[in-house]
Design a protein around this ligand. Structure first.
Ligand SMILES: [Cu+2]
Length: 114
């Protein structure tokens, strides 16, 4: 009986400790960093390739980068002004979309460079 009481007390304490830090389950800033690094990589690569792509190809790579930046901005907004943990989850989702768009921009750029 005492063991049970101790178990419930410990569980309640653990739960209370977790409540205010619920957002820590989401590593939003790490994901922003990864997405930003992927965006910066493509921007850097593009600078060294001026004149090797047509204007249209250049615009299309930038269109994907713009999508990446838009998703990243949305991710940061959800993380910085959360209504609850749901918004941190949305932030993680949007940061992942930003990273994927940046990777797509990188692939398209590499393809145009072949
Ligand atoms: Cu967050």
């Amino acid at each position: 009986m005492n063991k049970m009481k101790w178990f419930f007390a410990a569980s309640a304490a653990a739960l209370m400790l977790q409540l205010p830090t619920g957002a820590q389950a989401f590593d939003c800033p790490n994901r922003f960093e990864a997405a930003q690094a992927a965006i910066d990589k493509v921007i850097g690569d593009m600078k060294n390739m001026e004149g090797k792509m047509t204007g249209e190809q250049h615009a299309l790579v930038h269109a994907l980068l713009d999508d990446a930046k838009q998703h990243l901005a949305g991710a940061k907004h959800n993380h910085e002004k959360p209504q609850g943990v749901y918004d941190h989850a949305r932030s993680v989702g949007k940061a992942g979309a930003a990273l994927s768009y940046a990777e797509a921009a990188d692939m398209l750029h590499q393809k145009y460079m072949m």
